[in-house]
Ligand binder design. Structure first.
Ligand code: PLP
Length: 404
């Protein structure tokens, strides 16, 4: 069981008033709030050990390097990666996907196929489309059903020896669907395809085990796991990271440079050109520690309770349609009420202090599939409460009354 009072006290922003009302923050799918330990760790870094890493002989630089590498080790342990050098610090999920997509440019032939799913975030569609334009590879889409679940039989038909990479989200940010990634990975490997898992929406809710999953790449964003913005992780199997050319050139990522030829540094530095977000990388480790102390099993169980409670309450509102009713779902509820525009609902509940996301959630193909311009999305974190859901449902009823 979670000690909600204690947890909520960890997040200064939760005492914030917005438009004169206590903040109800239900936009966790877009970014998570930050606990005090994370805020303190940022200050501590800049007040006590700020220096550039991997370069200086001086003590401060050594401290900063040690803290950065310690954080890499924490993340390795968290993901259960085999090696610390399989953990690449990035600026976020988008950056990680682009790094892999760019690396694949060197490996693809015209006619090769890339499979994405019908429920991807734009950041797991567009880099692959750009890659197809560059290489002549073909993008294929794994379809989903009306509940927002991938259709396994169709996936199996799409797979062939032409498939070079399959890239799907672990959890859909627009629908909340938890995808059967172990099955997806296993089937892709049967035809020799690599698999990238977009874990941006999963990592706030569960602890992935990359070795058990056997995925080739796993990416996520720091800011969705209570860490700083502009941070993220690309996990890649050692063999794959050695095979892929680097995405960016610059300092830190080289072994030797001359005007005739440059040789690349070993992993992980090959993929970490330039001075990174040092404070961010260190503090991402602090955020992961914080979540692990609470415990992902407890987090998932509690969030599931919030999901069930909110779903049951929302279903009582006349004309409300939940988009995304997969059997395996996380605490994300996308919905519409009658023909009311989601933006109008969002605006009214905002006046009452409630933050929800409205729009297409960077997943326009999902909106097209369900025939809606967008949805209202309430996404819950472990620091949310049933009382907040009650406040939200009441505000929503008010909004619906005003707008219909
Ligand atoms: C948020 C999100 C992204 C993009 O993450 P950034 O932090 O904006 O790079 C990609 N995929 C999914 C499923 C997401 O939820």
């Amino acid at each position: 069981m979670l000690d909600l009072q204690k947890i909520r006290a960890d997040f200064p922003i939760l005492t914030q008033k917005v438009n004169g009302k206590p903040l109800v923050y239900f936009d966790n799918g877009a970014t998570a709030q930050k606990p005090q330990v994370v805020l303190d760790a940022i200050t501590k870094y800049y007040s006590e050990i700020n220096a550039n890493i991997h370069r200086g002989v001086h003590t401060l630089s050594q401290w900063a390097t040690d803290a950065y590498e310690e954080s890499r080790g924490k993340i390795q342990k968290h993901l259960n990666a085999k090696h610390a050098h399989e953990i690449i610090f990035t600026a976020g999920t988008t950056h990680g996907i682009n790094a892999v997509a760019n690396g694949f440019a060197a490996l693809l032939q015209p006619g090769d196929e890339i499979l994405v799913s019908a429920m991807e975030h734009h950041s797991n569609i567009v880099p692959w489309q750009m890659l197809c334009e560059r290489t002549g590879a073909v993008l294929k889409v794994i379809p989903m059903n009306e509940k927002g679940e991938l259709i396994r039989s169709e996936y199996e038909v799409l797979l062939s020896e032409k498939t070079k990479i399959v890239t799907v989200n672990h959890i859909s940010n627009a629908l909340g669907t938890i995808n059967p990634v172990d099955y997806i990975i296993q089937k892709a490997h049967e035809v020799g395809a690599a698999v990238l898992i977009d874990g941006a929406q999963a990592t706030p809710h569960l602890k992935p085990d990359v070795q058990a999953l056997d995925c080739d790449f796993y990416v996520f964003s720091g800011h969705k796991v209570c860490g700083p913005t502009g941070t993220g992780i690309l996990y890649g199997k050692e063999a794959w990271l050695n095979k892929l050319p680097p995405y960016q050139g610059g300092g830190e990522m080289i072994a030797t440079v001359s005007f005739e030829k440059t040789t690349y540094a070993d992993l992980p530095h090959k993929f970490e050109a330039g001075t990174p977000n040092i404070a961010g990388g260190i503090v991402l480790g602090t955020a992961i520690d914080y979540l692990n102390e609470i415990g992902f099993e407890a987090i998932a169980a509690y969030e599931h309770e919030l999901l069930a409670y909110a779903t049951q309450k929302l279903e009582q509102i006349e004309g409300l349609r939940i988009i995304g009713t997969a059997e395996h779902k996380t605490s994300v509820i996308s919905f519409n009420v009658g023909n009311i525009h989601p933006y109008d609902i969002g605006t009214i509940v905002d006046k009452l202090g409630i933050a929800v996301r409205t729009g297409h959630h960077c997943a326009q193909p999902v909106m097209d599939f369900f025939g809606v311009p967008g949805t209202v999305r309430a996404s819950f974190a472990f620091y949310n409460t049933k009382e907040e859901i009650d406040i939200f449902v009441e505000a929503l009823q008010k909004a619906v009354m005003m707008l219909s």
